[in-house]
Ligand binder design. Structure first.
Ligand code: ADP
Ligand code: ZN
Ligand code: ZN
Length: 729
């Protein structure tokens, strides 16, 4: 261990591709990589992270001393620092900003959160039996939990719905006490609930995972095949080895069940990491993960950057979900980062999906990933029957053709639940004047304003502009304004009129602004009472509704009109995921896809041959077109109030690339071109698409373009970014 640091390099949360040299706070004081330090930076003070310390060599002669070392020991463990360095390098993003992304907001300020504590029984409390405190059931519940588990954090108490006032009352009676949580709490039993016995396929999948070395696995199981149960079994083994498990889920609001199932199954300390918890709690959970107190870490993409000194397994649920890709600042993929991490740590990783991304599926088909397949539904359910329904020339009622309407009637009369899926929220996508053809476009965006009825307004979903609904046409003054097209609000209204007396539940981003509303709606579905659900893709993911037997997709053609090269892949995934909600319980499920293109060859491959065959077709097309996953790509984006500036910056980048790299069949440039949504919030958006069949060849090219852009005067007037492996173009 060094006892004298000559100088150190510090990464600061500034958009500059460099680190800064600083001297120790006092001569002779040692600093270590990973330390948080407060430093002077121009006229400001910033908190940064020491990335390296040097005992000799050339220091920046202007280096100033660090003002303060903030923590008694390194905040960022070495493994996390290394992970961030890789991330900065791979995504060509400034390290200081990467480190800021990896540190919870609370830790970017100065003080550390208070020392963690938990509830435990006092000596007197330990003397009580399970039958004590009969008169106050809430207190008895707490007592029983503590008798069985010894510890209870406030987080666990909340998750288990144990009453905070019961804890306080017991504290006043001297039966429970608060204790500092310093070391990993002992958990006498690992399990809260028994493990289910795996079926043959599940057991084989579990057996194929070896725990002492890196391997990437695709757990490819149809919806309802019991993937979560496989995760739980894998996690159990790793926990028994005394290691930590990291579980990634795409979005917290949409996959609360995965978290619940881990909590219900394991008594081992579990922390959540996502943006839906308070900053202080998140910092606490992060520290619990870092110090090994937490054995299970479960969260959204930001959890991929959680420190975990004893990590033994990474699970990525619904790996195809594009929510794993951050779309601003550091544009990293939590899935890809996790694969790198598992490899670096030499531990296994399992990517699970019913509809894997083409990236992952290709590796599995070509043998680089272990392909673990679950073909049948677990727990006795059968896979749903899916078919398309020809919409052409059919009379429509509430967007449904007679065949779909009849299926809906039958389902509801059997006292089962049905889901009518439409991926378009609002009342109607546009308002139109029947007299002159005026349409409700957003003044700031190249998009129309959606008509909403509850509350009545026009709303741009791209820039969030809201305006009153005009009763007369703003262009010609006529009053014949009409709602054009169908959104979930209107669908809900019309279907609830038609099916009076049946509970109609709409689940989309508008109806579930509050977490409570979503929970209530989901509870109503879980009650199993007959119900008609109207929903967007919020309902497509992960949910397990036992009494839902019919799914109707109102518009299966939505993906055909999208220019993004991933649109068909996403459409196939979404259709299969929505279909997968049907028939997960005892009754078989039926799925109807309404389409104007019943002869579309790809749709037919999907319905008749299944997702893997569909994906193979897409893979062939991508190969032929020179697109991912066979080719590697990156996107320079630029936006400006003046379209010519955004375009000019990217043209400049293109010219600089072409001046340095001779034309070759190994790389191709496309653009600058206007983005699909050309204008958002009064800014014009352009993009330059760069692709290559060799990842290695792409890098120097991007690096060169970055240096040129950063040195150009235009870059200061244009908002721009680089997206490596973009998921949306
Ligand atoms: P997936 O994650 O693949 O969609 P789940 O893990 O949610 O599937 O499993 C679907 C249903 O089957 C759940 O209700 C689950 O409890 C049940 N299940 C899964 N595995 C088993 C098993 N081995 N035995 C009995 N039921 C099972
Ligand atoms: Zn008009
Ligand atoms: Zn707008």
């Amino acid at each position: 261990m060094p006892d004298s640091t000559h100088y150190c390099r510090v990464a600061l949360p500034v958009p500059l591709r460099q680190t800064f040299d600083y001297l120790p706070p006092q001569p002779g004081v040692a600093l270590y990589p990973g330390d948080r330090v407060r430093v002077p930076f121009g006229p400001r003070e910033l908190v940064g992270i020491v990335v390296s310390v040097h005992h000799d060599g050339h220091m920046d002669t202007r280096a100033k001393p660090v003002l303060e070392r903030l923590d008694p020991r390194a905040s960022l463990p070495a493994h996390l620092l290394a992970l961030c360095q890789w991330l900065a390098d791979y995504y060509l993003h400034p390290l200081g900003e990467v480190l800021a992304t990896a540190t919870p907001p609370y830790l970017r300020q100065e003080q550390l959160p208070p020392q963690p504590w938990h509830w435990q029984l006092s000596t007197e409390g330990k003397g009580l039996s399970h039958e004590a405190l009969k008169r106050s059931p809430r207190q008895q519940e707490v007592l029983r939990y503590l008798l069985d588990h010894a510890h209870c954090s406030t987080e666990q108490a909340r998750a288990l719905n144990l009453s905070p006032s019961a804890f306080k009352a017991l504290e006043e009676k001297g039966l429970v006490e608060r204790a500092d949580t310093t070391d990993a709490p002992e958990f006498s039993t690992l399990l809260n609930a028994p493990m289910l016995t795996l079926n043959e396929e599940q057991a084989q999948a579990v057996e194929r995972v070896a725990f002492h070395r890196y391997a990437c696995h695709l757990l490819h199981g149809i919806t309802g095949s019991g993937k979560t149960e496989v995760y739980l079994h894998l996690a159990e083994r790793v926990l028994r080895m005394g290691k930590q498990v990291l579980v990634l889920i795409p979005e917290i609001g949409l996959s609360p069940q995965t978290v619940q199932r881990f909590r219900q199954r394991f008594a081992a300390p579990l922390v959540e990491l996502h943006s839906d918890i308070s900053d202080a709690q998140r910092a606490q959970n992060w520290l619990d993960a870092r110090d090994g107190r937490a054995r299970i870490i479960i969260g959204t993409r930001l959890a991929a950057l959680a420190p975990a000194p004893e990590l033994g397994l990474i699970l990525v649920d619904e790996e195809h979900d594009t929510a794993y890709k951050q779309q601003d600042s550091v544009r990293y993929s939590a899935r890809d980062l996790s694969i790198y991490r598992a490899n670096a740590l030499n531990v296994p990783i399992v990517l699970g999906s019913a509809t894997p991304s083409l990236e992952t599926l290709r590796h599995a088909l070509e043998g680089r990933y272990a392909h673990l397949v679950l073909k049948t539904r677990a727990g006795g359910a059968t896979a749903p029957r899916i078919r398309s329904v020809d919409l052409r020339n059919q009379p429509l009622e509430a967007g449904l053709c007679p065949e779909a309407m009849q299926a809906l009637q039958h389902c509801l009369s059997r006292k089962e639940q049905a889901l009518v899926f439409l991926n378009r929220r609002g009342y109607a996508p546009v308002q139109m004047c029947h007299a002159c053809g005026w349409v409700s476009t957003c003044p700031s965006c190249s998009a129309s304003m959606t008509l909403h009825s509850k509350p009545p307004r026009l709303h741009c979903h791209h820039c969030d502009r809201r305006s009153r609904i005009a009763t007369n046409c703003p262009q010609c003054g006529h009053h014949d304004l009409q709602a054009k097209g169908l959104g979930t609000e209107q669908l809900e209204q019309r279907l609830s009129q038609k099916f009076e007396g049946i509970t109609t539940l709409r689940i989309d981003r508008d109806s579930t602004r509050s977490k409570q509303a979503l929970t209530e709606a989901l509870n109503a579905v879980h009650s199993g009472e007959p119900a008609l659900l109207v929903g967007t893709q919020m309902l497509a993911k992960g949910h397990h509704f036992a009494n839902l037997t019919l799914v109707i997709v109102v518009d299966a053609d939505q993906g055909f009109h999208n220019p993004d090269f991933r649109a068909l892949e996403k459409m196939g995934q979404l259709l299969m995921q929505v279909a997968g909600r049907a028939g997960r319980g005892e009754q078989p499920g039926e799925v109807l896809l309404q389409t104007h293109r019943p002869d579309h060859p790809l749709l037919n491959v999907l319905l008749e041959k299944g997702y893997t065959r569909f994906a193979r077709h897409l893979l062939e097309e991508r190969q032929y077109a020179g697109l991912p996953p066979q080719w590697h790509c990156a996107l320079f984006r630029a936006e400006s109030k003046r379209a010519e500036n955004a375009e000019a910056l990217l043209r400049f980048a293109r010219e600089r690339i072409e001046a340095r790299f001779p034309p070759s069949s190994h790389y191709a440039l496309l653009g600058p071109l206007p983005a699909t949504m050309e204008r958002v919030q009064d800014r014009f958006r352009y993009q330059l698409f760069v692709r290559s069949d060799q990842r290695k060849a792409l890098r120097p090219l991007l690096q060169h373009a970055l240096e040129e852009i950063e040195a150009s005067a235009l870059a200061k007037r244009v908002r721009w970014s680089l997206d490596v492996d973009p998921v949306e173009v």
